[in-house]
Design a protein. Structure first.
Length: 315
C-alpha cells in the first residue's frame, strides 16, 4: 500500500514538471478544431494555446430505413426516437462497435451464405449481432450461442445438446436452426418485422400482444422495454454497419479479423482425449476448442453409426 501511495505522489510530481516544461518551452501552435485558452508561463509571459474540441457529434439520422425490405415508419415520432436512441447508444459505445466490426469479418460470410440459401432476408444477420455480439455467450435464461437458442428450442430444431456436444455453439447448424424458426414465424405473421420481434418475445408473445391491443402492425404495439428496443437495436447495427464512416468508424481490410483456412476431419469413433487427438492431427487442444466450440468436454462419445466433422486450421 505504501509503495502505491509513493507511486501516486511521484506520478503527480512528474505530471507537474512536464506541464511546467510545456509552459516554458511549448510552441504557440493553433488548432483550428480546438478551443483557445489564455495561459501564463513560469516567466509571466501570457500566450494562447488550443485544447482539443470536446464537442460531441450530432449525427444526421436517416429519414428512411427498411428492415428486410419493409419500411420503418420513421415519420412516427416515437419510432424515430427509439431508432435514434439505439444509434447513439451503439455508435458511442466505440469499443464494442469496433470489436463487433472486426469480429464480423470472421463470421458474417458464413451467416450471409446460409441466410441466402434458406431464403431468409440478409438483414437477419444483424439480429445475430443484437442477440450475442457474435460471441458464444450464455444468457441469464441459459440461451446459448450466436443465436441465443434455448435448450428446448434447440431440440425442437434437431440440434444436439449433450454432455459432450452442444450444437447451439455450432455456427452453421445453429444458423440453420435459426432460419427454420424464422421461416416458421413468417408463415404465421406474413411480415419479417413481426418475425424479428418474435425472436425476442416468442411467436405466442407477439400474437398475444397483437390480439390484446387489436393491432397487426408491430410499430403500433405497446411493448415492454426490452422488446420495444429490440428491433431498433437491429436497425442501428444495420445503419452503422452500412455507413461506418458517417459514424466515425474507418476500419481497413487489415483491421478485420479473418478465419484461417480449415481442413475438415470426419470422425466416427469415440475420442477419449481430444487434447491427444488434436496433437495426433498436428494441432493442439486450444485450436480445436476455439474452432469447434460445440465440443463441450475433453472427450467425444459417438453413437454407433454417427459421425462429426471437426475443423482444424491448415498450418
Amino acid at each position: 500500500m505504501r509503495r502505491y501511495h509513493l507511486y501516486i505522489i511521484y506520478s503527480l510530481i512528474a505530471g507537474l514538471l512536464i506541464w511546467n516544461l510545456f509552459l516554458q518551452f511549448g510552441e504557440k501552435t493553433a488548432n483550428p478544431n480546438g478551443e483557445e485558452v489564455l495561459v501564463r508561463s513560469a516567466e509571466g509571459e501570457h500566450f494562447r494555446i488550443n485544447i482539443p474540441d470536446a464537442k460531441v457529434r450530432i449525427f444526421e439520422i436517416p429519414k428512411k430505413i427498411t428492415f428486410a425490405n419493409e419500411t420503418v415508419p420513421l415519420e412516427q415520432a416515437d419510432v424515430f426516437e427509439r431508432f435514434e436512441r439505439e444509434i447513439y447508444v451503439n455508435a458511442y459505445w466505440q469499443s464494442n462497435m469496433i470489436l463487433l466490426m472486426k469480429r464480423a469479418g470472421k463470421y458474417l460470410p458464413t451467416i450471409e451464405k446460409i441466410l441466402q440459401e434458406q431464403g431468409v432476408p440478409d438483414d437477419f444477420k444483424y439480429l445475430a449481432m443484437a442477440e450475442s455480439g457474435l460471441l458464444n455467450v450464455i444468457s441469464s435464461a441459459d440461451a446459448r450461442g450466436f443465436w441465443q437458442i434455448m435448450e428446448g428450442t434447440a431440440k425442437d430444431y434437431k440440434l444436439e445438446v449433450s454432455d459432450d456436444v452442444d450444437e447451439r455453439y455450432h455456427l452453421e447448424k445453429s444458423t440453420l436452426a435459426a432460419c427454420k424458426y424464422l421461416k416458421t414465424a413468417y408463415s404465421k405473421f406474413g411480415n419479417w418485422t413481426s418475425v424479428a420481434a418474435s425472436y425476442n418475445i416468442g411467436i405466442t408473445g407477439i400474437r398475444k400482444r397483437k390480439e390484446e391491443q387489436n393491432q397487426s402492425n408491430y410499430y403500433n404495439l405497446y411493448l415492454v422495454e426490452e422488446t420495444s428496443r429490440y428491433l431498433f437495436r437491429i436497425l442501428a447495427f444495420k445503419e452503422i454497419f452500412e455507413n461506418p464512416k458517417k459514424y466515425g468508424f474507418e476500419l481497413s481490410e487489415e483491421n478485420i479479423y479473418k478465419q484461417p483456412l480449415f481442413r475438415e476431419l470426419k470422425v466416427n469413433q469415440s475420442i477419449n482425449s481430444l487434447a491427444n487427438w488434436a496433437i495426433q492431427h498436428s494441432s493442439n487442444y486450444k485450436e480445436l476448442k476455439i474452432h469447434n466450440p460445440w465440443l463441450r468436454s475433453q472427450k467425444l462419445k459417438i453413437k454407433k453409426g454417427g459421425d462429426y466433422i471437426i475443423k482444424l486450421p491448415i498450418n
